[in-house]
Design a protein around this ligand. Sequence first.
Ligand SMILES: Cc1cc2nc3c(=O)[nH]c(=O)nc-3n(C[C@H](O)[C@H](O)[C@H](O)COP(=O)(O)OP(=O)(O)OC[C@H]3O[C@@H](n4cnc5c(N)ncnc54)[C@H](O)[C@@H]3O)c2cc1C
Length: 428
Amino acid sequence: MGHSSEKDPHVVIVGAGFGGLRLARRLSRLPVRVTLLDRNNYHLFQPLLYQVATAGISPDEIAHPVRAILRGQKNLEFRMSEVTGVNLDARTLSTTMGEMTYDYLVLAIGGQTHFFGLQSVQQHGFGLKTLDDASAIRNHILRQFELANQTGDAALRRALLTFVVVGGGPTGVECAGALAELIGLVLRKDYPTLNFKDVRVVLLEATDRLLANLPPELSEATAEALWRKHVEVRFGAAVTEYDGQRVTLKGGEVLPAHTLIWAAGVRAADLVQRLPVEHGAQGRVRVLPTLQLPERPEVFVIGDAALLDGKDGRPLPMVAPVAMQQADLVAHNLERLLRGQALESFAYKDLGSMATIGRNQAVAWLGTLRLRGFLAWVAWLFVHLVQLVGFRNRLLVLINWTWDYFFYDRAVRIIFGVQRPEAPSDKG
Ligand SMILES: Cc1cc2nc3c(=O)[nH]c(=O)nc-3n(C[C@H](O)[C@H](O)[C@H](O)COP(=O)(O)OP(=O)(O)OC[C@H]3O[C@@H](n4cnc5c(N)ncnc54)[C@H](O)[C@@H]3O)c2cc1C
């Protein structure tokens, strides 16, 4: 571990997500002073948020305190505070804990739910991006069953038990699959007098296929697997409005439902949208191949917040491997900058993508390998478990998964804490 002195350049990293955390660790041997800022005191493993939302695991199993992860790194200081502004000319940050100056700045602030300007959906639906979102969804779903169990009004009961998930990407697919299993395998036992024919899990997708980045046969296998779990998959279904009780689709159709989970869009976090620089799709900041801001060699942007085209000319996806590989390059490039050497360009190594559709079911596309079913599911379990930060978390998740698997149970069925997080701002 490198010791730092006051004379060393000050590197400020904003965001302790996949990119920021990785970078912070990579800088341990460089002669720099590192300050890592995050509005939360934990690193969040977002790929398993849907399992918190569907009562499979508890929030603290996918969140790990940043201080515990980086304990012992002598050249680093962590501060829990939110960055509210960046003055690129003065090289200062405004934070909830005051002003801060930097020599080098790395923005790794990720993304947030994108409601595409649909105010009513933002107000009454649930995003799935934060720990609060996931806990609120879990509480809400469980409460709908309690309410449904008590009402004598058949139409109301059906609406209480209709769960709409919007968006056929990995998050929507995984969420709908896990929800169907929670209901079919677990809640069915908890509510023996409830008529489960009233329950509907509906997955709405605006285009004509699920998991659009996978080969068509895997998209089809995904839709079939969901149908087998009694998820109603509807294509060409675009939501235009939601009042908390009725979902309105383009074309006028109305679907009575007291739950809508919005998994149809992400965009760059607010702070980068306010930067006076060029923005592209989803409000992401266009960066140079070296990951620097144009004309600002001391500022890097990585991960979901950054926009860079891949080899195929399309923007790199907003996924964890991109953020982590970009963190590696920024560490390398900072070292080269300090030595006065020319910087290198980012080249993404695509390791493939996968999504799970519930028990024993997943699809995976790993280079030339196309897997589906049980084998893909085992691969998915393995990949997610090894990437979870911290031995304790890994163990807890493994125990919960094993328990669920053998006993068709869900560990976290208590209703407590967050009801509905404040709707994030979304100006479209
Ligand atoms: C439900 C869900 C499922 C996903 N599943 C997968 C998957 O299976 N595989 C995959 O590869 N990717 C998945 N992703 C995407 C993946 O999580 C992101 O691509 C990845 O987190 C991006 O990393 P990042 O470092 O850019 O940002 P993040 O990991 O989002 O980290 C950003 C950090 O910045 C902090 N922050 C933001 N704004 C501020 C501010 N103003 N001040 C201080 N701190 C701030 C946040 O608190 C956060 O800790 C999923 C995402 C979601 C939401």
